[in-house]
Design a protein. Structure first.
Length: 404
């Protein structure tokens, strides 16, 4: 007669009589029945069946052991036999989900948790506002779309028929919207808002990876301007993202993005100071090209300026997106994000400015040296490396003449 069983893995070994391993042929319990009898743990069922022992395993390969009837020692032995199986089940489940023991360590960081809550709050507020607006959204985007349609029909985008708003940007910029305006309005509005959302999410993802808490706080501050811009379809967000992208693209494209945003909105003009050196130079070149185009379309430019001045404008909350355009430049300078560094940094700036001013006032240079000094500073501002100075001649001693 069998006295007891031992569980060395997933097979049963009989300790009394013979040592031949056996496997219990009982079928697995249904899920509802197993819920009544015990519990499921990450795919492995560890339950206690009344009078039939402990079932450990998964599926048809589950094995059974008959419990001892001698009190606490039997319960401790049962738990000791189940514990390795539970550990193995946890490791197998984490491996199946491609998780590591440190995957959720960020949940123990208070700053990261606070950043997650702030981002969730800002995103929820924007979504709720856009859903509440419904079909009333898209007035500014419809003005761009309708301005191109009116221009194609031979009319003036600055004085369109109802229900379109006047096109109050540079007249030569109307063809920029042409490929998008050829779409039907429902499709064009979906594409316009979708591109804005995708680019915003891309930029927010980059910023969050660099500085999570600072990004979350800024998104909360800009939640209202972002919601207003996505509601009206104004081009402000795209202009801010263009200045953002100027930090990562080449100087020609970066300067062109700044010039285009400045021509359309004018508010990005001060951001010329945060462009990379060569992009500043190309920005001025592209701005000169824009001025030539404005002169070439001077009558339409005058009509555009009159329409822009006469058009009633509410408080432009969306201009706060100027802060979002500065994110890459600030985020790549960590000292600007540490409040403890603000005072030392301000002292360094004041000291450097005073030294430069004293050098300018006390310098006794000849005219050509002063011009060279100014030229070097201008070249440095535009990222142009100064020409390499010619090396000074090195005096070479003449070898001694042989005697005799």
């Amino acid at each position: 007669m069998v006295s007891r069983y031992r569980l060395p893995g997933r097979r049963l070994t009989r300790l009394g009589g013979t040592d031949r391993p056996i496997r219990t042929p009982k079928p697995p319990l249904a899920f509802a029945e197993s819920q009544k009898a015990g519990r499921w743990f990450l795919g492995f069922e560890c339950i206690r069946r009344g009078g039939e022992g402990l079932r450990v395993g998964m599926g048809s390969s589950a094995t059974y052991s008959r419990p001892r009837r001698n009190g606490a020692s039997t319960e401790n032995a049962r738990r000791a036999s189940v514990r390795p199986v539970i550990r193995a089940s946890v490791r197998a489940s984490m491996a199946a989900m491609q998780l590591t023991p440190g995957t959720f360590d960020f949940l123990q960081e208070r700053r990261r948790l606070f950043a997650i809550l702030l981002v969730s709050f800002a995103g929820t507020a924007v979504v709720v506002f856009l859903v509440a607006r419904g079909e009333l959204a898209g007035a500014d985007a419809r003005a761009y779309w309708g301005g191109v349609r009116v221009w194609l029909d031979g009319g003036s985008p600055m004085a369109p028929p109802a229900p379109y708003l006047p096109y109050v940007y540079a007249p030569w910029s109307v063809p920029i919207f042409l490929p998008w305006a050829l779409l039907p309005w429902d499709v064009a509005w979906f594409v316009w808002r979708g591109v804005n959302v995708l680019l915003l999410l891309w930029s927010a993802s980059w910023a969050y990876k660099q500085h999570p808490l600072a990004t979350a706080v800024l998104l909360c501050i800009l939640a209202a301007p972002i919601a207003a811009t996505l509601d009206t379809g104004n081009i402000t967000l795209l202009c801010a993202l263009g200045i953002w992208a100027a930090q990562f693209v080449g100087p020609r494209l970066g300067g062109g993005l700044w010039a285009l945003a400045t021509v359309l909105k004018w508010f990005p003009a001060p951001l010329w100071l945060i462009l990379p050196g060569r992009a500043r130079l190309w920005g001025l070149i592209w701005m000169a090209v824009a001025l030539l185009l404005a002169l070439a379309t001077w009558p339409q430019t005058v009509a555009q300026m009159q329409a822009a001045i006469a058009f009633p404008r509410p408080f432009r909350l969306d201009y706060l997106l100027l802060l979002w355009a500065c994110v890459p430049w600030i985020w790549m300078r960590p000292r600007l994000l540490e409040p403890a560094e603000w005072r030392p940094l301000a002292r360094e700036i004041v000291t450097a400015t005073q030294l430069q001013w004293r050098e300018v006032r006390s310098a006794d240079r000849p005219p050509h040296a002063a011009i060279a000094w100014v030229s070097a500073h201008i070249r440095s501002m535009f990222g142009i490396s100064p020409a390499a100075a010619a090396p000074e001649p090195v005096a070479v001693s003449k070898p001694p003449e042989p005697a005799g």
